[in-house]
Design a protein around this ligand. Structure first.
Ligand code: NAD
Length: 259
């Protein structure tokens, strides 16, 4: 995948950052996106560029806003050239009982976790169709496949991501473009760290037992999924070797969805 141009959303931390490193390491020019300290993000971009020898640019687009999602895709094409690989990975979480779930959090989670992928895919497809090659990978979740309490917006959005993935996959299958989802189990990143206190509140568990009881006990492997393992699965789906895999939702979940 040398010299492919890739946009990875939500790549300033966690799974997205590991994916940006992996794709750049395989020779892709990459656009990072997400929030964080600007000096630290600039340092990350310079580090990845120095290690990979590829071009690394950054967009601070807020993907809860469709206009910013569209502008990010235009900026990526202007900076790197036509986009070959799109990884929709930005995500946010909010944990609360359904009857108390804040309306504004519902709107935010649907916007970032689902609608942003609609807008970026829509923007990316014309150039992919013209060049008859494209790879789209959406980071869904095990919670795109099964339910969980206290996460109605996240579970709905991630199920929606898998539906969007299948629909796009069928539509572009004759154009050299694949569209897949990865479904991680628990990966210890800021999105999980931030919900420990919320989980303790809704479940009544002490905070120090949340990680084991709410997350690890669901995974037969009993270990957290390293972000690099999700990144490796995403990178494989972006390779030429994965041309026949499309419309799939691939668990990277330590067996979470087997029971
Ligand atoms: P993370 O919090 O480290 O990463 C989230 C990224 O999204 C960050 O770069 C953040 O800045 C960015 N982001 C958040 N809101 C944004 C917005 N409005 N606009 C642009 N960027 C925004 O968490 P992560 O675990 O690396 O999450 C990455 C993806 O993996 C998410 O879609 C998440 O739902 C999914 N996921 C994570 C786990 C897990 O256990 N960590 C499990 C399954 C799925």
């Amino acid at each position: 995948m040398r010299n492919r141009n890739a946009v990875i959303t939500g790549s300033t931390t966690g799974i997205g950052l590991a994916t940006a490193r992996e794709l750049a390491g395989r020779g892709c020019h990459v656009m990072l996106n997400g929030f964080g300290d600007r000096a630290e993000i600039d340092r990350l971009c310079a580090e990845i560029a120095a290690q990979s020898g590829t071009r690394v640019v950054y967009s601070g687009a807020d993907l809860s806003r469709p206009d910013e999602a569209r502008a990010m895709m235009a900026d990526a094409a202007a900076a790197l050239g036509p986009i070959d690989i799109l990884v929709n990975n930005a995500g946010v979480q909010h944990v609360a009982a359904m009857h108390e779930f804040p309306d504004d959090k519902w709107d935010l989670l649907l916007a970032v976790n689902l609608s942003a992928a609609f807008h970026t895919i829509k923007a990316a497809l014309p150039a992919m169709r013209e060049r008859r090659w494209g790879r789209i990978v959406n980071t869904a979740s095990v919670l795109g496949m099964v339910g969980a309490p206290h996460k109605p917006a996240y579970v709905a959005a991630k199920h929606g991501v898998i539906g969007l993935t299948k629909s796009v996959a069928i539509e572009v299958a004759g154009h050299g473009i694949t569209c897949n989802a990865v479904c991680p189990g628990t990966v210890l990143t800021p999105i999980i760290e931030k919900q420990i206190a919320q989980q303790a509140q809704v479940t009544g568990l002490p905070e120090e037992r949340v990680l084991q009881t709410v997350f690890l006990d669901r995974m037969p492997t009993g270990r957290l999924v390293p972000p690099e393992e999700v990144a490796a699965a995403i990178a494989f789906l972006c390779s030429d070797a994965a041309a026949s895999i499309t419309g799939a939702a691939i668990p990277v979940d330590g067996g979470y969805t087997t029971h």
